[in-house]
Design a binder for this molecule. Sequence first.
Ligand code: 5AD
Length: 454
Amino acid sequence: MAKLHLITYGCQMNEYDSERVAGLLKRDQYELCDRPEDADVILLNTCAIREKAEDKVFSQLGALKGLKKTRPDLVIGVMGCMAQLQQGRIQERAPYVDLVFGSPAIARVGELVARVRRGERQVLDTAEGALVKIIAKPEGVSRLKAFVTVMEGCEKHCTFCVVPVTRGRERSHPPAVVIDEIRGLAAAGCREVTLLGQTVNAYGRDLDPPLDLAALLEQVNEVDGIDRIRFTTSNPYNLTSRLIRAIRDVPKVVEYLHLPVQSGSDRMLERMHRGYTTQRYLELIDELKSTVPDIALSTDIIVGFPGETDADFADTVDVVERVAYDNAFVFRYSRRPGTPAADMADQVPDAVKAERNAALLAVTTRTAAARSQRLAGRVVPVLVDGASRKDPREASGRTRCNRVVNFEGHGRALIGSVVPVRITDVLPHSLRGALTETDDAARVECDGVAGAAE
Ligand code: 5AD
């Protein structure tokens, strides 16, 4: 068998795509290997969301250049968002790359690699393709939790964002196809699925007949063997009361929502083309909190968007304090080619971005720690997914609100089950707990009160 080394950057959708690529190439007799030195084919699945993500890829390509020199028949390919966006720069800066293809071409990966191995150089495929659901997966991948892409692309055109360019128009996979894939995953032992889409809560608008994410969640809920359903990323603009009620009412849907606010300043939101005001966002948060008590919320925030003043930034800090997120991802604005914000005149200096980044992180760390405290002393259902990273004798799992919990478990025996754990210590990055009971009755009861317990 030939050997494939895959390096994945970026979001969960890229992780999902990489698994598909490994699965497709397995059919062509490629097996995964851990070391680039052992590979016949090396593929970099790339991210273009910020410049830093691209820098990483170029430095990785630089590191692989020597290998290619000593073994000219080694195939090096760049796939994914950066391939789509930076084809020219890749050819210029790394002319030894043999293959460049975007995510729409993933279904053709076998043929593309074969063309290179027959001697064709460089092979390029960055055209928009038809929507294809690829379910090929390599063996040996952990099946306890899985990502399932339910829609591709994005049509929001936020002025900072490159995704509409790299991943194309919004297209949903029909529910029957999604359910089929999840049934297959459940049969292979999967217990938690995360439904993926760039604007996942716009799911289904383009289908005939149209449906929405709430309806899809109800269908996924019916799949035996699946215990937990997550979905990401949601856009506030498309968040409906119907979806909020589904988070409350569909039992397997966890009480967790990632709802990027991006900024707490109306002026910035307008310039970002986000389609909502701070007031509207906070109304949604109120509705979420009153409908789904104890819901965990997370967000993405950009600091240093063009034109952002100290007053705009202060408004963002204010929103973060008011929402009290469980988790927040803060990004310094990065100019992306082909996006409207890249050409805005009033770019913010790097030093100011760095300052705001640090200041906001201090706030988000504080609010997240305060939120964690609410779990102290409670019994929560934990899906055990392995041994603790620090102490392999301990078991580790996640709450429905996605916090890591370590506790004294029974080796690997509990992996894959949902068990009741009393939270004894709230630490900065994880929770410690004690298994309360492990008999089946307790497990069922624990599952049943999951919503109220967290
Ligand atoms: N600069 C910085 N952050 C960005 N994001 C998207 N585009 C940019 C950019 N040009 C952030 C947004 C988004 C997350 C995935 O990445 O916050 O929600």
